[in-house]
Design a protein around this ligand. Structure first.
Ligand code: FAD
Length: 268
């Protein structure tokens, strides 16, 4: 079974700075790390491979320094890694990112399963996994908490749903997105760290994966960030004390003050 795990390098800080002109994240000079959700995606893939055999390829799109997360993935148990890095990929929104990753999955064929984190902690959209599935025209199971069974042509998983959990079976190939804290993560062994340090990580550009330049990077991004700002701080609430009548009176007074009462009066 060939499993591709998409891993993203994200800023290792809560102090995010935004370029005032391009409205994109300033990544230069900021420590970076593996997106936390992707560590669980990787663990999920490694457990499936260990049970069924095959190999796990870690795949990342980003600047040359994103190679670090691929070595991290190999140290944690991935068999190899591929970096997608090309000027043509810069400025991608989630549509262009998922298109480019999907084309790389096709270039890595045959692939039975793609595993992504539920979301990246910087972009936070949770759109890339489903986007890859759409571009490949493969089924998807999102917010996976647990894998129940994998056969050569199907996978059964429990996914978090709004009001509980669902157990879903999909044919393979398919795409999974995985939530956090579902299982114990492993630590890299010394031997794996040595292997990761010396691993050859191919860097693929637009030509290697045969993408349409109009569909990747800024060219292929129909959305853009217009403005980024911190929302104004909320002022403190007002504590009202007294019996139920006093509380209700204060409540309706506030509703009236904020024009939240229905002018029509309704049925009274
Ligand atoms: C409207 C909009 C405009 C944007 N414009 C720009 C821009 O101009 N320049 C810019 O630098 N960024 C831009 N971004 C950010 C860029 O879209 C995201 O970094 C990228 O598309 C991934 O989206 P996300 O971080 O929300 O990932 P999510 O969808 O939250 O990630 C889910 C999972 O997908 C996988 N994944 C996501 N990204 C990658 C990746 N690069 N490599 C491998 N796996 C990955 C991981 O498994 C991850 O856990 C924009 C985002 C939006 C929403």
């Amino acid at each position: 079974m060939h499993i591709v795990v998409c891993v993203k390098q994200v800023p290792d800080t809560v102090e995010i700075s935004i370029d005032p002109e391009t409205h994109t994240l300033i990544r230069e000079g900021v420590a970076a790390t593996l997106n936390p959700f992707d560590a669980w995606a990787l663990e999920t893939a490694i457990r499936i491979r260990d049970e069924r055999g095959g190999c796990v390829t870690a795949l990342s799109m980003g600047p040359p320094q994103a190679e670090t997360v691929l070595r991290q993935a190999i140290a944690l148990g991935a068999d190899d890694g591929v970096l997608l890095s090309d000027r043509a990929f810069a400025g991608a929104d989630t549509l262009a990112t998922s298109y480019t990753l999907a084309r790389a999955v096709q270039a890595l064929a045959p692939v039975d399963l793609v595993v992504c984190g539920k979301q990246a902690v910087d972009g936070d959209t949770a759109q890339v996994g489903p986007g890859i599935a759409a571009h490949l025209d493969w089924p998807q199971i999102c917010f996976v908490k647990k894998i129940y069974a994998t056969t050569s042509d199907s996978l059964t998983a429990e996914r978090a749903a709004e009001s509980g959990s669902e157990i879903v079976t999909s044919s393979l190939p398919c795409v999974l997105t995985v939530v956090k804290d579902t299982c114990r993560l492993r630590f890299p062994t010394l031997k794996q760290q040595m292997r990761a340090r010396h691993a050859e990580i191919p860097i693929w550009g637009a030509r290697e994966i045969g993408v349409d330049p109009e569909k990747c990077g800024l060219n292929g991004s129909p959305t853009w960030v217009d403005r980024i700002f911190a929302p104004p701080k909320r002022s403190g609430g007002r504590v009202v004390q007294g019996d139920v009548n006093a509380l209700m009176a204060a409540f309706f007074e506030k509703m009236e003050e904020n024009s939240l009462l229905d002018e029509g009066g309704g049925d009274g």
